[in-house]
Every structure is written in C-alpha cells, then in structure tokens.
Write a protein that binds this ligand. Sequence first.
Ligand code: NAD
Length: 377
Amino acid sequence: MLIGVPLETAAGETRVAVTPETAKKLVAQGHQVKVQAGAGLAASVPDAAYEAAGATLTDRNGALGAELVLKVQRPSADELALMKPGAALVGMLNPFDKDGLAALAAAGLSSFALEAAPRTTRAQSMDVLSSQANIAGYKAVIMAADRYGKFFPMLMTAAGTVKAAKVVILGVGVAGLQAIATAKRLGATIEASDVRPSVKEQVESLGAKFIDVPYETAEEKEAAEGVGGYARPMPPSWLERQKAEVAKRVAAADVVISTALIPGRAAPVLITEEMVKAMKPGSVIVDIAAGKGPGGSDGNCPLTEAGRTVVKHGVTIVGETNLPALVAADASALYARNVLDFLKLVLPKDGGALTIPADDDIVAACLVTQGGAVLRA
Ligand code: NAD
C-alpha cells in the first residue's frame, strides 16, 4: 500500500507521524512509504534517515495524495483538497469537533482518530493521549521551573537555606502523574487534587500529598467514579468544597500545574481570578488544559490565554497549547510507535491494502468517517 507522510503545517507543530524506525517496519511489511521532504526536520529527523530506512522522499502532493496518509494533526482545508476520495487517514483528528469530522467525511476519507481509542489494556500501545500527555506533564514542570525565579529543591548553603518550592497539581491523569514525578525529581514538595478517588494511592506512591475532598452524597460518589476511566462533571456541592480546599493550597503554592479535563466538554475552572490574586508574586501557573476545550480556548484558569504566556496579578500564567511539540523528537518517536501499533489492526503484512475488520473494538472506536458519512455523534 502507498503510505504518505506529509510535513505538518499547523502553527507550532513540530512532530511527525512516522520516524525512520517505524518507516523501516512498514517497508519491511511490503508497503511503500513516501515522506514529504523536510517532514521530520523539526523533530531532528533528516531526510537522509528516512531514505536509509527504505522510504522515498516526495513533495506535498505526493505525500497527501497517498492511499493512506499518516498525520499528527487533522489536515487543513488546503491539505484535504489534495487528498484522494477513498483514501484512509490516521491521526489525532479531534473526534469531538463535529465540523472537523464533517470536512473529513466530505473529502471522502476513511478517517481514524487515535484519541478515540478505548482506555483498555489492548489499546495501551496505541494510546496517543497517554504518550503525548506524559510529555506534556514533564514539559509543563520544566517550563514552570524555567519561569520561576527561585530554586525547586531545598538547598542548604553557606549563605543560608533555601526552601523547597511548593507545587500544586490539579488533575492527576497521565499528565498530572508525570508532572508530580518530574517536580519530585527536581526536589519540590507536591500536593495534588483530582475528582477520581482512585488517584489518591497513585499520588501518594509518587511521594506527593493528595488533597482530600470527601464525597458526602451518593450522587457525588457516583459522579466521582467517572466513566471509562475518565472524569465526569462533578455536582456543584462537591466542586464548592474542592474549590475551598484548592484555594488554600494555591495561595501557598509557588507553582501550579493544572491538567483537569473532561472529554468533549469545557475544561473545569479550578483557579479563579480571586485565587490568582491571592498567590505570591513570582508564582507560576502552567495551564495544560489551555486550548483543549471543544472550542479550543478553555483552560483551568479564566486568566489563561491559549498559546501565550502572560503575567496577571504578579503571577506568570503559561497557556502553551502544544507542549508535546516542544519535545518534538521524543514526542514523534512515541507517537509514531502508537500509529504503527494501530496500523497492525488494519494493514496486512504483505504490502496489501488497508482493511477495516468488522469486529475490532479499537478500530470501531477510532473510525470516525467512512463513505462520506460521520460515524460519531
Ligand atoms: P484527562 O486528560 O481526560 O483529564 C486529566 C485529569 O483531570 C483526570 O485525572 C481527571 O479525573 C481530572 N479532572 C477532571 N475534572 C477535574 C476537577 N474538577 N478537579 C480535579 N481534577 C479533575 O485524563 P487522562 O490523563 O486522559 O486519564 C484519564 C483516565 O484514563 C485515568 O484514569 C487514567 O489512569 C486512565 N488511563 C487508562 C489507560 C489504560 O488502561 N490503557 C491508559 C491511560 C490512561
């Protein structure tokens, strides 16, 4: 099968969907891999490395005109115009964006949105949300440490003692756990909050303290259990109590990393303007939820500006929307392996054409458009 790998054109996107490692494996399976010249450069992959892996270089039309196109982000309207009706597309296609899906369907593509894969053991090796969130959690802490004008670790020096930075993590999914681990390695003291009670043990096992907000009604408990491992909106009663607990911790914090998301909905507001006003001058918030809501501009703090770093009430608020793209080489390496693992479900190993198995739950969950129709509500 002819597989195309275009250069990503979204602003700030540095990742690439196929690396020489995964290209080599696809070529070994008899597929022809055509990579747009320069597609890997921003991820530190030179064209020659793709050629050495058995891929051939092509131009934009050649990559987008393939039978199967592998991308990081959803194609733009210009890119869609270059794709062939009936072709297949694999990428992070934002399955909650109805207009975006309608455009893919109108282009006649069989599209697979990898973010829609179920959070099951079998799907773990192709879980792009996890591989990229892990990187986002790491990079958020590194960015916070860079913008914070003090040390993270406690230091005892001849010139006196420096206290360890206090870090608060809001939302302890994959990104939050990695943020805890990274802040811990840098020597900070850490407290973390999440709606899901199962997270407490994970937080404590990483050496951080869980901000307990007990559930007082059956409704609160049921909502907290979430669905499919994901959070659901919590009742206002619980959110009020959480806000009070979080407000105390945020006021004392040097750094806040917020990651709280609910699939398909606006990110919950966890850091209000009042809370920011109560923070110490020089504190830093990194809002990983920035730009992640269905409208593309929500964050966990209403003062966050998606895509920008701003200083409000003496607090630096980082609204970077694509943290994995700032660790382009590793983000691409992990993403490309996720893509390759997904392709094992739909590509034969003899170079033949893509087939869509009728009974595979992962493929069924990811298939968002086919035959001109959107397959997701
Ligand atoms: P996510 O990015 O959807 O959300 C980030 C975190 O924000 C979640 O932990 C969520 O509970 C939390 N959150 C939402 N509203 C909140 C609020 N009001 N206050 C505080 N926190 C709030 O999450 P994710 O990283 O994609 O992980 C989702 C789940 O999937 C987790 O349970 C994770 O362990 C699980 N998971 C399972 C697998 C697997 O089994 N294969 C793989 C990866 C993740």
